[in-house]
Design a protein around this ligand. Structure first.
Ligand SMILES: Nc1ncnc2c1ncn2[C@@H]1O[C@H](COP(=O)(O)OP(=O)(O)O)[C@@H](O)[C@H]1O
Ligand SMILES: [Mg+2]
Length: 315
């Protein structure tokens, strides 16, 4: 059972121009997106830069204005509650960013950074707050004296841990993680991902995990949606998407994952060329005459793909 549903989410930005600075067009950053989040599970949102992933995450949490659509949280329509600082929704859904540095006030000590949501939502005594901060630092594997330091005194990986400590401070239900490891070295990436998995298991957390890299989300996600120009081209369980990708865009992203195994390199090169050939000749199956992504069609109870209906089944 999902605890949260996103229905037909749209975020359209007006483009102004001309003599009267009128609205001449729109950027369809998010254009009719549906999602369901389950307790303790990770939902991967993947697509190249500019496809609308961050806008989706920010719209869900209330940092971006929704043009249309709705957000249902535990059976309640919270679409217009997302900006109320003290609402349960705001407490339960937290976000971490690729560049945690820019979301931290450089003049604040770590203890005050981690305490932000606590002061917003929990109203603890100084002593209780101090105890909770120590506990949170222990959870993310940081020494207690970190709390008297400033953000610049920490490495990228450590800052991500501090960002996670702040995000989990009030026992959230879900964390929206927007490219949480993209700025980190490969070795540190694995550490942070493993750590995110650990705290997920321990606290039954759900993640909306945003990434441009299908390789990164592969081991994290239960369900994956592939986004292109504000729409989903494919959505399914991890096995559906990795073992049986149906949309050419998904296949292209998969064939672009760098492979470490030298023995498969030649086969992968041939696969990549095959995908490119299909992309050149059969685009009409995947995009309409305006280059727009088709509506999703259900292939199974868990797997949907955006394809022209004309090419399904018939020929
Ligand atoms: N405030 C804004 N005004 C106008 N266009 C925007 C704004 N924010 C994002 N966009 C556009 O919306 C699209 C999606 O952006 P974004 O969600 O950041 O993509 P992603 O996170 O997948 O890289 C892009 O074309 C981007 O240029
Ligand atoms: Mg982004």
């Amino acid at each position: 059972m999902s605890f949260m549903q996103i229905k037909d989410l749209c975020v359209h930005y007006p483009i102004r121009g001309g003599f009267f600075n009128r609205v001449v067009d729109h950027v369809y950053a998010v254009d009719g997106v549906n999602m369901e989040f389950e307790k303790g599970k990770t939902y991967g949102l993947v697509g190249e830069s500019g496809s609308g992933k961050s806008t989706t995450g920010k719209a869900i949490i209330g940092l971006e204005k929704i043009t249309s659509g709705s957000i249902i949280y535990e059976g309640e329509n919270v679409t217009n509650q997302r900006r109320e600082r003290t609402s349960a929704y705001n407490r339960d859904i937290q976000m971490i960013f690729q560049d945690s540095h820019s979301s931290m006030n450089p003049r604040k000590r770590i203890k005050d950074i981690i305490a932000e949501p606590i002061r917003n939502f929990l109203k603890l005594s100084d002593q209780e707050e101090n105890r909770r901060i120590n506990e949170l630092l222990a959870i993310v594997g940081m020494p207690e004296d970190a709390k008297y330091k400033y953000p610049h005194e920490f490495s990228g990986g450590q800052k991500q841990r501090i960002g996670i400590a702040r995000a989990v401070a009030c026992n959230p239900k879900m964390i929206i993680a927007d490219e949480p490891v993209s700025a980190l070295d490969l070795s540190v990436q694995a550490q942070v991902l493993n750590f995110m998995k650990d705290i997920q298991q321990e606290y039954g957390l759900s993640y909306l995990f945003i990434s441009h890299d299908l390789g990164v989300v592969k081991h994290m996600c239960d369900h994956i949606s592939i986004m292109y120009k504000g729409r989903f081209v494919e959505t399914g369980r991890r096995e559906d998407v990795y073992k049986n990708p149906q949309h050419i865009y998904t296949q292209r992203l998969l064939s672009a994952i760098p492979n470490i195994e030298p023995s498969t390199r030649i086969a992968r090169k041939a696969e990549r060329q095959g995908v490119e050939a299909i992309y050149q000749t059969e685009q009409h199956k995947y995009y309409d005459e305006n280059g727009k992504v088709y509506a999703l069609k259900q292939l199974s109870s868990t797997h949907s793909v955006a394809m022209s209906t004309q090419d399904k089944g018939g020929n």
